[in-house]
Ligand binder design. Sequence first.
Ligand code: FES
Ligand code: FES
Length: 155
Amino acid sequence: MEARLNINGNTVKVNITPEEHLLYTLRQNGFTEVKSGCKEGECGACLVLLNGKPVNSCLIFTASILEEDKLLTVKGIGDLHEPHIIQEAFVDTGAVQCGFCTPGIVLASYALLKENPDPSEEEVKIAMDGNLCRCTGYVKIIEAVQLAAKRLQKK
Ligand code: FES
Ligand code: FES
């Protein structure tokens, strides 16, 4: 069946099956910045924002998404040529190593800073609770989120 999804501000027509998960749909249609990890809702690699809220796309049926719903992948907030302040802060603090977790973590940070522009370390940890990173030990990630918060406040 055909579905229309609003992804990063654009309407995208996709062909889906009723049992297809959003992670699969996104990657099949070129949104490979959304990473496929555990596919069980445990790692956060596949995290996207659905109407501004972080969701694990491996757990959502594409058919349940409405045309008016707004999906955001990490490329919707910035890319290599025009990075978002959060993405720059991740690079500047060395919070990106293999980068597999980064799209999900950057989006979780984006959602957090929209709601809470000056999070404490504890609040950052809680917001990142569903995102696993096997490389950084999380310290640099927390630093990156707090640096981004400072820079966004000065903007
Ligand atoms: S791939 Fe979706 S949470 Fe791990
Ligand atoms: S940077 Fe490698 S998993 Fe996070």
